[in-house]
Design a binder for this molecule. Structure first.
Ligand SMILES: C[S@@+](CC[C@H](N)C(=O)[O-])C[C@H]1O[C@@H](n2cnc3c(N)ncnc32)[C@H](O)[C@@H]1O
Length: 245
């Protein structure tokens, strides 16, 4: 049963669902596709694998997995917004992937699967929404097989670049631009296109408050992952963390 805070987040995502894909493209300036492709390529290259996409939303990661591993792969996407799942199912059907992708209702804090089920588990732009990141990672780790990979795509907080002595001119400029973009431009465009006041203000606030990539790496290790490393993409706008159970 989702908590009060989770209920709020659930309602917020359901309300923006109809415009979610369009806003992703606009607000990421078209980079979201590249970020998802990069993320999916960090899954293990195996035949007949079963992969999990946590907080699947409209199933873009699940679809990318099936495109990248066309043979013998099955993906289960889980989300707690019925509205997002409904749009995802329509998209999966339209693209002819219904035989390989199953979308299910479920809470990332208490995944509806047995231990040691999946060869790989991804969460893209989802872990930030959980009140307890560690619990989310523990759940993903629990359902991974031993040796399975966990891959996490998430925005980096602005603080990651404000305290480094090695801040380059380019990164410094991009930090200021990102701050302006995240706190002013993104909430405004999000509000205009989704028609939902405040929804994208929540998203920008949650990015600002999120742990930096080094901290996230430690949280993943604390949840039982080993060999955790991360890649920064698009001037450090997003980080892709990879760990092994
Ligand atoms: C920003 S969207 C990301 C969707 C997708 N992974 C993508 O890359 O576009 C975040 C998703 O997380 C889902 N979500 C948030 N908290 C959740 C939870 N506790 N359990 C399951 N899904 C959750 C929301 O419903 C929403 O669909």
């Amino acid at each position: 049963m989702p908590s009060k805070e989770a209920n709020k987040i659930q309602g917020m995502f359901s309300s923006i669902a109809p415009r979610y894909d369009l806003l992703n493209k606009i607000l990421s300036l078209g980079r979201d596709r590249y970020w998802r492709e990069f993320t999916v390529r960090k899954l293990p290259e195996i035949n007949n694998g079963v992969f999990l996409d946590v907080a699947t939303g409209t199933a873009d990661i699940a679809i990318e997995i099936v495109k990248h591993y066309p043979l013998g792969i099955n993906v289960i996407g889980v989300d707690f917004s019925h509205h997002m799942l409904e749009l995802g199912r329509k998209k999966v059907e339209r693209l002819g992937y219904s035989g390989q992708i199953e979308l299910r209702y479920g809470d990332a804090n208490s995944l509806p699967f047995e231990d040691n089920t999946f060869d790989g588990a991804i969460v893209a732009f989802g872990i930030r929404n959980l009140p307890d990141y560690k619990k989310g990672f523990q759940e993903m780790s629990r359902v991974l097989k031993n040796g399975g990979k966990m891959v996490v795509l998430e925005f980096t907080p602005l603080e990651s670049f404000s305290n480094g002595a090695s801040l380059s001119f380019l990164t410094g400029q991009s930090h200021i631009l990102r701050y302006f973009y995240l706190t002013k431009v993104l909430p405004l465009i999000g509000e205009i296109i989704s028609g939902r006041k405040g929804a994208y203000k929540y998203l920008s606030d949650s990015v600002v408050d999120f742990p930096d990539p080094e901290k996230l790496k430690e949280i993943m290790k604390g949840a039982g992952l080993r060999e955790v490393k991360y890649y920064l993409l698009t001037f450090g706008t997003v980080a892709v963390h990879v760990g092994t159970k």
